[in-house]
Each structure stands twice: as structure tokens, then as C-alpha cells.
Design a protein around this ligand. Structure first.
Ligand code: SF4
Ligand code: SF4
Length: 342
């Protein structure tokens, strides 16, 4: 597996609810971009079913026809949590790709669906069956949550994990690096560019070099143009270490970021996922205003009210960055208010 892999969101056409820019190249152009990456040494390509990544799965299938199949590794995924559903989707993906997926992930596993995924007759059992039947190569769990990835790391049915992180959102990667249970699994890292938002404050060399210290098998880079392909795959990258404060300092040239590293150690008894709100605040200021504002306003008003009345503030006891959580929620509330999103 190449150290850097090709994330196919930016080559999709259509309108799907994903964050990064996508460029809607036609199939021939998309295939040529993937081919260019291959020629530079990339051999890992990641996609998802059409409901999630538009026509990227078909385009990847067309690309695979142009190379020696044994020279590329394909991972695919679907957001289905029951065994019957994911079994059906994996077969449909194989049809769309025109070949067997080497890794098939249950996508977007979180606390609300994890018991179904890991439980008897759930998606993981189905992937394990598909693997034994030779219809997929390896089983995978993809999640933004440390608790889910840790559960997957301990589960012998799981071969590969996929999780997110970058030089800003590094808290989960720090925990994964420290936890021996993760050493037995493959680990695919996504969001190295934070959906493109960290490009600008940081160079691509810094973003890729900055994650080299973490124990991933392959880091996915979203690629939608020939230029991006060259930026991602044509160069050699040297590891570089950024202190977290240095990252924040760089962002401060444009705005005052919330210094949350998404370690996900904070737990709110009211169920508020504050690190996600903090992330959307930073993403808002990095240029995804409407997208982030829409996400932010979903739960923010209630969080703001609950934080005001929360005496114990248990989330703060676990916060490795010593954030004053109600104060940061207040900042987000003010931002949304001024943006007219409340
Ligand atoms: S201050 Fe209280 S209500 Fe607000 S996020 Fe923390 S634990 Fe939850
Ligand atoms: S708020 Fe603090 S504990 Fe929670 S994810 Fe961010 S840095 Fe970690």
C-alpha cells in the first residue's frame, strides 16, 4: 500500500452532502487524473456508494480497467448498519466497480449505531461473511469517533480502520498512537487537508509532512484536478513536527481559532458534542461559512442554554487543552447571531 492514497470525493459529479470542493470532471478526465496518480506511485483508491460519493465509484471502476488490477488496492464503503443491507451494498459496489473491493468499510459508525454494527447479525458480521466467501478482501470500520475505532481495534473481525485527523485535529491521532490495541490493524487516515480548508494557512508539504509522525498505513488525499494530483503525489515529503500552539498561531493570522484538538475526551451529560461545534466554528472561519453555519445551528441554541445552567461542567475536567467550554460556546452563539443563523 502506498503511503499516500487517492480520495475520490473531489472527482465526483452530482450533488451529494459532502464537505470538500468537487470538480465534476467527466469520466475520461477523472480516469486520467487517477492514472496520473498511479504513475506517480499511488496504489490506493478510496470511494463510497453513489448515494454518498455520486458517480465516483463508477469512475474508479473505469480507471481500474486501465491498469493491472493486482497493482491497485480499492476500498469502498456504505453507510448501512444492518447485516442484510451492507451485504447487498457490497455486492452492488462490486458490480459498479467491475471488480471485488479489497476493503469494504461500514461508513460513519457512531455511538448511535455501533451496537447494531458490532452486534449479532449486524454489518460487521455481514462483512466477515463476505470476506470468508471471497467477495471482499478485508473488513473495515470507518468512524470519526475514538470510542468506535477503539472498539473496532479490539474486535478480531475487523481488519482495517479508517479515521480522521490532521495537524489541527490531532487529538484522536495522539490517542491512537499511544494505544497498543491499534497496532494490529491497518489504519487509513482521511481529512489530512481538513477537506481542503487548511490549504492556505499551511502548505501541502506541511500538512502531509505534519501527519507523518502518526502510525497510519495510508493517508488519503482528496484529488480533483491534475494540479492537485501533482501537488499530492509528485513530491517526496519529509516529516515535520508542529507543536499544537504553532498551528493555532498560524491560524491566528486570520481569526482566533478555538484551540480544541478533537481528542474527544470530553463527555457532556446533556449529550452535546462540543468538539464538533468547535470544529465547525474553525471551519466556518476557514471559509466554509454556509456549510458550517448550517451544521452549527442544529444543536447550538440548546447547548448554549445548557452550558449556562451547568454547574459541574464535567466536560472541562477532561479537557486536555483546558478550554473554558461555556465561553467558547458563547463565542459560537455570537458568531451565529451575527451571521443571522439563529
Ligand atoms: S458545560 Fe455542561 S452542558 Fe456545557 S458542554 Fe460542558 S458538560 Fe455539557
Ligand atoms: S473540548 Fe477539550 S477534551 Fe473536548 S475534544 Fe476538544 S480538546 Fe478534547
Amino acid at each position: 500500500m502506498s503511503e499516500l492514497g487517492f480520495g475520490t470525493i473531489p472527482i465526483l459529479s452530482g450533488r451529494v452532502p459532502v464537505l470538500p470542493e468537487y470538480f465534476s470532471p467527466d469520466t475520461d478526465t477523472a480516469v486520467a487524473i487517477m492514472r496520473k496518480a498511479f504513475d506517480y506511485g499511488c496504489n490506493f483508491y478510496d470511494t463510497a456508494i453513489p448515494e454518498e460519493y455520486g458517480d465516483a465509484e463508477y469512475k474508479l471502476g473505469e480507471f481500474v480497467k486501465t491498469v493491472d488490477r493486482s497493482k491497485v488496492i480499492i476500498s469502498d464503503k456504505a453507510r448501512f448498519y444492518g447485516g442484510g443491507d451492507i451485504y447487498r451494498e457490497a455486492l452492488r459496489s462490486a458490480e459498479n466497480l467491475g471488480t471485488k473491493p479489497d476493503i469494504y468499510f461500514v461508513h460513519q459508525v457512531d455511538d448511535s449505531n455501533a451496537d447494531e454494527v458490532f452486534g449479532p447479525g449486524g454489518a460487521l458480521d455481514a462483512l466477515y461473511d463476505l470476506k470468508r466467501e471471497g467477495k471482499i478482501g478485508f473488513t473495515g470500520i470507518a468512524s470519526h469517533y475514538y470510542t468506535v475505532l477503539y472498539r473496532a481495534a479490539l474486535d478480531p473481525r475487523v481488519d482495517v480502520l479508517q479515521g480522521s485527523g490532521n495537524i489541527l485535529e490531532r487529538g484522536m491521532l495522539d490517542r491512537i498512537r499511544e494505544e497498543a490495541a491499534f497496532r494490529d490493524k491497518g489504519f487509513i487516515l482521511n481529512k489530512v487537508y481538513a477537506a481542503g480548508l487548511l490549504i492556505g494557512p499551511f502548505t501541502i508539504a506541511e500538512l502531509i509532512g505534519g501527519v507523518h509522525e502518526y502510525p497510519f498505513s495510508c493517508a488519503l488525499l482528496g484529488v480533483g484536478t491534475f494540479e492537485q494530483c501533482e501537488d499530492a503525489f509528485a513530491k517526496e515529503y519529509t516529516p515535520v513536527h508542529f507543536e499544537f500552539e504553532e498551528v493555532l498561531e498560524r491560524l491566528r493570522k486570520n481569526f482566533e481559532p478555538i484551540g480544541c484538538d478533537r481528542c474527544e475526551k470530553c463527555v457532556c451529560p446533556y449529550g452535546h458534542e462540543i468538539h464538533t461545534s468547535f470544529r465547525q466554528f474553525n471551519y466556518f472561519n476557514l471559509g466554509k461559512e454556509f456549510w458550517a453555519a448550517n451544521k452549527l445551528k442544529m444543536d447550538l441554541e440548546q447547548t448554549w442554554k445548557d452550558c449556562k445552567n451547568c454547574n459541574e461542567k464535567p466536560c472541562m475536567k477532561e479537557c486536555s487543552r483546558h478550554l473554558y467550554v461555556p465561553g467558547e460556546i458563547e463565542r459560537i452563539h455570537c458568531l451565529l447571531d451575527s451571521f443571522g443563523s439563529l
